[in-house]
Design a protein around this ligand. Structure first.
Ligand SMILES: *Cc1c(COP(=O)(O)O)cnc(C)c1O
Length: 397
């Protein structure tokens, strides 16, 4: 009955863990969640007020499909100021969240037989969006020893005549790692040499620590810019996950195709949200710095504590709000009769026995790891990590 397409797709595993944790909470259990992928901060007041004003002004009707010009201009100014990039209005499209932006790119670019290279660990939606468009995800493994940055040689091995695009995510969800200029340059060279697109998901751009620099691959030169679809949004930077607004900057021809696709599916992103997004982009930015400072504090604490747990080790993430500890040494151990053989076993064990929700690494294509979001209160991080330590301590060979 269902289409082949529908049968290929699984629900987002991060949302699945979250809903199980929520069900336990609803049943009265004291579950601490490291599962969520959204800031625990409230959307800043000035942004909410812009939305209220939009409603009161009656700005509640359909708008231009790809977003109103004042929003496109605010995005253009942001890309200039933050990334040194110049785009025109016909190279910008606003969509209903960055996930939707990525989906529009997939619809506009990928087709049957096309190969899309995805470095693993990867964000959960990338492979499924490729599959939904009858293309083939091609994974390339990255390693902790390289801070999970893809090696140019390993990437080159995966390139074929069918390679349509590479999906890059820096700072990365789930690893928290950032691509340096040198690696980006090598990737850009390969994209030009082999003529494929770079889909650059930069949603965590504003969350970088220790003075690290976010570099957009599109800023490395006009040639690579013409092969880059730059994706960004306000969900993570301005705590606006529920508002659903994201955007793409890229070649006019592709943006036009995305706009046509959007015109036949969702039409414009919410009118009220567009007004709020203009305020987010143009208004005061001190909220972003304050949120980053708080995340940074939690990051240092959490990673230090995870590294104190026997059998776990965790790189210091450079950006985003996730810890991605290596838990491979725990596999094969037992709690009573219960054997932990994988990241999924470990995540389920920790949820049921420690009442801590987190995501198994296999969801991101890396079974030797688990992902903990530190977008949760310092107090919960402190209590949660204690529970993990205690539960892991009960595992025996
Ligand atoms: C959260 C997230 C997105 C999607 O954000 P939207 O809420 O759809 O704007 C895209 N990519 C990554 C890696 C994310 O973590």
């Amino acid at each position: 009955m269902l289409s082949d397409r529908a049968r290929k797709i699984k629900p987002s595993p991060t949302l699945a863990i979250d809903s199980k944790a929520k069900a336990m909470k609803a049943a009265g259990e004291d579950v601490i969640s490291f599962g969520v992928g959204e800031p625990d901060f409230d959307t800043p007041e000035n942004i909410k007020e812009a939305a209220v004003k939009a409603m009161k002004d009656g700005f509640t009707k359909y708008t231009a499909v790809g977003g109103i010009d004042p929003l496109k201009d605010a995005i253009i100014d942001k890309l200039k100021a933050d990334n040194g990039l110049s785009y025109k209005r016909d190279e910008i499209i606003a969509s209903t969240g960055a996930k939707h932006s990525l989906y529009n790119v997939a619809q506009a670019l990928y087709g049957p037989g096309d190969e899309v290279i995805i470095p693993a660990p990867y964000w959960v939606s990338y492979p499924d969006q490729v599959l939904l468009n009858d293309a083939v995800p091609v994974f390339v493994e990255t390693f902790e020893a390289d801070s999970f940055r893809v090696r140019a040689e390993a990437l080159e091995e995966r390139i074929t005549a069918k390679t349509k695009a590479l999906i890059l995510n820096s700072p990365s969800n789930p690893t928290g790692m950032i691509y340096d200029r040198k690696t980006l340059q090598k990737i850009a060279e390969l994209a030009l040499k082999h003529n494929f697109y770079i889909v650059s998901d930069e949603i965590y751009e504003k969350l970088v620590y220790d003075g690290a620099e976010h570099i957009s691959v599109a800023s490395l030169g006009d040639e690579v810019k013409s092969k880059t679809l730059l994706i960004n949004g306000l969900s993570k930077s301005h705590a606006m996950t529920g508002w659903r607004i994201g955007y793409t900057a890229g070649p006019a021809e592709i943006v036009k195709a995305m706009t046509n696709i959007q015109s036949q599916s969702t039409s414009n992103p919410t009118s009220i949200t567009q007004k709020a997004a203009i305020e987010a982009l143009r208004g005061p930015q001190d909220f972003v710095a304050a949120m980053r400072t708080e995340f940074d504090k939690r990051r240092r604490y959490l990673i230090e504590e995870l590294n104190r747990i026997d059998g776990m080790s965790c790189l210091m993430p450079e950006g985003a709000f996730y810890a991605f500890p290596n838990t491979g040494k725990l596999y094969g151990k037992k709690a009573g009769e219960r054997q932990i053989a994988s990241s999924a076993d470990l995540a389920l064990y920790l949820l049921e026995e420690a009442r801590v929700a987190l995501v198994h690494g296999s969801a991101f294509g890396a079974d030797n790891y688990i992902r903990l979001s530190y977008a949760t209160s310092f107090e919960d991080i402190r209590r949660g990590v204690e529970r993990i330590r205690e539960a892991v301590g009960r595992l025996a060979a």
